[in-house]
Design a protein around this ligand. Structure first.
Ligand code: PLP
Length: 398
């Protein structure tokens, strides 16, 4: 496959930039600034040093031997994004974009957040680089995610409650876009996944691609060539794109994306865009696969993990699926919770519920493979943020 997106921001039939006229200029400016920065040795060095000394990169590639023994079959390896500062891969992108904002002479950044993870990553990067920061968050999410609201405020960010619509992520994105239109001269919008209008899906992927570059080099260094399979969970799709991008050019490496199967296949019960009957449409500035009803109304979604609970998927994933380069599957709430416990008990690592979806699928895959084979799982984040939710669910079901 040739290098995508094309000049208009398309990955095959997917992507583009569907925004009000007033944002076309700023998006063009962002693209040219980003392209200039990504070629600039000074920018790359500054970002590289921050990733090393602040985020803690490279993150380890760890062989999960006891998990492998429990599952039986292929060897399981964990790419430890849970060890990044702030506990997940999201900081890789937030820091890249915040640094770019500073290079562009913008004194302020804004962000949307659902569960608060991307808001925390952006507030963190803004504090580090001395940028003003406003985070839009649905009022319902603010209630559900108190600790992350406290974290953002501690780091000097203003958290704005969005009262419109369903008072969740979708509405927060709309509000952030409105702010951006109004304040574009002074403000950069730090978008949190491989979503939104061009150049965001490309730029966020590139900032996350460090995950796969490291993983491939680490796997080679231990003398094992290439793994047979790589597995990652897919919300918007940034941690998956981050690890897949380095492997896409090797057709013998099987790539598997895992969507949230939620409570089951009924409408509103899951966030499985590919497996769950999504259709092409435009949401938040990009053409992609969206869970919607027959009238084109965006459907509500559900997942035990807030980070996978979104009705659309990054446009590059839709293209990888068209070409059969990545296969997409689902893991439901129950199987994700089981994998959450399994990893904690076998390896002493408590995964984020999002990442537990990938662990469940990797275990299923490995059990059907041979002991000479290897599966790499992107462990996108740690589970501290999910402890209350897990306790609540498990006490409720007793
Ligand atoms: C936000 C989040 C995700 C989902 O986002 P992607 O863009 O699909 O990576 C997955 N894992 C963790 C730990 C997250 O915080």
């Amino acid at each position: 496959m040739k290098k995508l997106p094309d000049r208009r921001g398309y990955f095959g039939d997917w992507g583009g930039a569907f925004v009000p006229e007033t944002l076309m200029g700023p998006l063009g400016e962002l693209e040219s600034s980003y392209r200039r920065a990504s070629r600039d040795r000074g920018f790359r060095t500054r970002l590289g040093l921050l990733l090393e000394r602040y985020v803690g990169r490279p993150t380890p590639l760890f062989e999960a031997r006891r998990l492998t023994a429990r599952v039986g079959g292929a060897r399981l390896w964990l790419k430890r994004e849970d060890l990044c500062h702030t506990g997940a891969h999201k900081i890789n992108n937030a820091l890249g974009q915040a640094l770019l904002a500073r290079e562009m002479g913008k004194a302020r950044v804004i962000a949307e957040t659902g569960a608060g993870q991307h808001g925390v990553a952006t507030a963190t990067a803004a504090a580090l680089l001395g940028l003003e920061c406003t985070v839009y968050m649905g009022a319902e999410d603010i209630r559900r995610q108190r600790p992350n609201v406290v974290r953002m405020r501690l780091m000097g960010a203003e958290v704005v409650a969005v009262e419109g619509g369903s008072r969740t992520l979708k509405d927060a994105i709309n509000e952030a876009l409105r702010d951006w239109v109004t304040n574009v001269r002074t403000t950069h919008y730090v978008l949190g996944s491989v979503l939104g209008p061009h150049p965001y899906p490309m730029m966020v992927r590139d900032f996350q691609a460090v995950i796969g570059r490291e993983a491939i080099a680490q796997f080679r260094r231990i003398g094992r060539g290439l793994p047979e399979a790589v597995v990652a969970c897919v919300g918007g799709g940034s941690n998956a794109a981050g690890i897949f991008t380095a492997f896409v050019r090797y057709p013998r490496v099987r790539l598997v994306g895992v969507e949230a199967g939620g409570r089951g296949p009924g409408p509103g019960d899951h966030a499985a865009r590919f497996a769950g009957g999504a259709a092409p449409g435009v949401l938040h500035g990009t053409r992609t696969m969206i869970l919607q009803d027959a009238d084109g109304q965006v459907e509500p979604t559900h997942s035990v993990s807030a980070g996978l609970d979104y009705p659309a998927v990054g446009p590059e994933h839709a293209n990888w699926r068209d070409h059969g380069r990545v296969s997409y599957t689902t893991v439901d709430d129950g199987a994700a919770l089981e994998a959450f416990h399994l990893l904690a008990e076998t390896e002493g690592i408590i995964p984020a519920l999002e990442s537990a979806h990938a662990i469940a699928e990797a275990a299923r895959l490995a059990s059907g493979m041979g002991p000479g084979e290897s599966v790499v799982v992107n462990l996108s984040g740690r589970g501290d943020k999910d402890l209350d939710e897990v306790v609540r669910l498990e006490e409720g079901s007793r």
